[in-house]
Design a protein around this ligand. Structure first.
Ligand code: THR
Ligand code: THR
Lengths: 156, 156
């Protein structure tokens, strides 16, 4: 029941790939992952939020080093995305623990810590055991230091 | 290195709350979580995908039973959301395991299993250890049975 913040990790060697406005119907997400597996891309995170009309957008985070293996034309064709956007200026910061969202004051404290550094949160994927945020590369070190100090953690 | 699918869980007693088009600047996500903690709402998941211009939308999943404690007016005011949308016809299905996304063929297989049942995936929050999808309530049982059988799992 008590929330616990255990560790904060950072990964700056990642890129964000957004498949913008894919048809929101069964089979699309599957086809996208199938295409990525054919390119042998390792995926770190997948985020798909709410639809806009008949479309939805799917974003995934992958290692920068694998970008050369990504066949964006094929991905666009298979997913029927209107656009494939690649954002390289990103960092992924993850806070690992227990009851991180069921105790919303903990998520609040994590987000406030970032806000206090003037860091804008670009994406969020949060569950009880892990809160991952995507922020800019240049904010990453400050973010980790600030969370480290706010929750009295060891940097890993 | 080898992917493992360990279990599939289902929660149909949840609702989705979407804060549509909040200003995309530092402090907004923090203020939202702080407001939710004041209402003593237990949050199950938070998903925020890519921005649209100066705005972004934040969605969270919470227990249906706590909806009566949610002060949507206050939330709208504090977040400056253009709209607060509540969707009750949802179910959350989670697949738990190892290397679920770094081995994209596993994520592909999970999504294909749903697509084969004609189930549309409304939201995705996926990491290596957990793939969570939001689908309709009526699809939930079929989804869990199909994933169960595809990966030879015990239902929990
Ligand atoms: C957008 C994508 O997730 C689609 N709804 C699917 O089910 O595959
Ligand atoms: C939209 C919201 O996440 C905002 N970018 C923030 O940092 O709080």
């Amino acid at each position: 029941e008590e929330p616990v913040v255990r560790a904060v990790t950072i990964d700056s060697d990642v890129v964000k790939v957004v498949l913008k406005n894919v048809p929101d119907k069964p089979g699309v997400a599957a086809r996208i992952m199938r295409t990525l597996s054919q390119n042998e891309i390792n995926i770190d995170m997948i985020i798909q939020s709410m639809r806009e009309g008949k479309y939805n957008s799917i974003a995934f985070i992958m290692p920068s080093s694998e970008l050369e293996n990504l066949d964006t034309e094929l991905l666009k064709e298979r997913s029927q995305a209107q656009e494939v956007i690649i954002e390289k200026d990103i960092s992924k910061v993850s806070v690992v623990g227990v009851n991180l969202t069921s105790t919303p004051k903990i998520a609040a404290a994590i987000f406030e810590t970032l806000a206090n550094e003037g860091i804008n949160i670009d994406m969020i994927s949060a569950s009880n055991s892990r809160i991952s945020v995507i922020i800019s590369k240049e904010s990453a070190n400050e973010a980790v230091k600030a969370i480290h100090s706010r929750f009295d953690l060891d940097l890993r």
